[in-house]
Ligand binder design. Sequence first.
Ligand code: NAD
Length: 244
Amino acid sequence: MENKTVLITGASKGIGKDIARKFSDNGWNLLINYRSDIDEGKYIRDLDIDQSKIGFFKGDISKADQVEKMFTEAINKFKKIDVLVNNAGITLDSLAIRMTEEDFKKVLDVNVNGVFYCMKEAAKHMMKNRSGSIVSISSIVGLHGNIGQINYAASKGAIISMNKTLALELAPRNIRCNCVAPGFIKTDMTEKIKDKYKEEIINKIPMKAFGNPEDVANLVYFLGSDESTYISGQVISVDGGMSI
Ligand SMILES: NC(=O)c1ccc[n+]([C@@H]2O[C@H](COP(=O)([O-])OP(=O)(O)OC[C@H]3O[C@@H](n4cnc5c(N)ncnc54)[C@H](O)[C@@H]3O)[C@@H](O)[C@H]2O)c1
């Protein structure tokens, strides 16, 4: 069993919670970031994890001061962060001509600025340790665009280029950075999509189904673990073949 530590942003539910479960099942310590409320007891029971192996950190990643505080407290808890998973993200969809400046900025605040603040704090810490892995959740939308998601597409594309830049800067310190680009995964985020549109999407997926959060979690775990020590700067899709 591993005795390593992972910090996962936005891990209260959805893909983030399944990523937490995957690392926990492999013996890792968990640092769970959440934005609003979380029932810690239920979370611990759901993951069947020993209380001593988990810490919860409330914080809005779009606020640099909250991210700094979260990293200080998180590092204090287990002394070391081996892996950061930039999972937290939001959507505020609208056609480009109707998109408000406010909604455009809100999505970039979380999905770009928030990821940058976390990358920066993790990089400072990992550089001292001369090891680490940063896995950031982008999206198929960041690679190919999507109607109604000009803000989200911009943000997820930015994550890919930030990931490549960071991978170059940190490689000499033995720190790897990779992106996962999920297609359509069954979570609250895709639950919002109208049934009619869901059918249209499924028709475009070669595997004819939405993915499950654990499909993403398995790849994130691989990229975080020592199974992938010579992989850096990559973007790997988990999309049922949608991007072929
Ligand atoms: N579900 C999909 O089909 C899909 C596809 C591609 C990419 N993604 C990406 O995967 C990640 C997880 O998405 P999900 O589907 O589990 O969505 P979700 O809405 O179920 O979960 C998102 C999580 O992020 C947290 N969060 C949002 N803003 C935050 C902030 N400012 N600070 C801290 N936490 C914050 C939320 O509280 C929530 O826990 C996101 O980055 C999303 O863009 C999802």
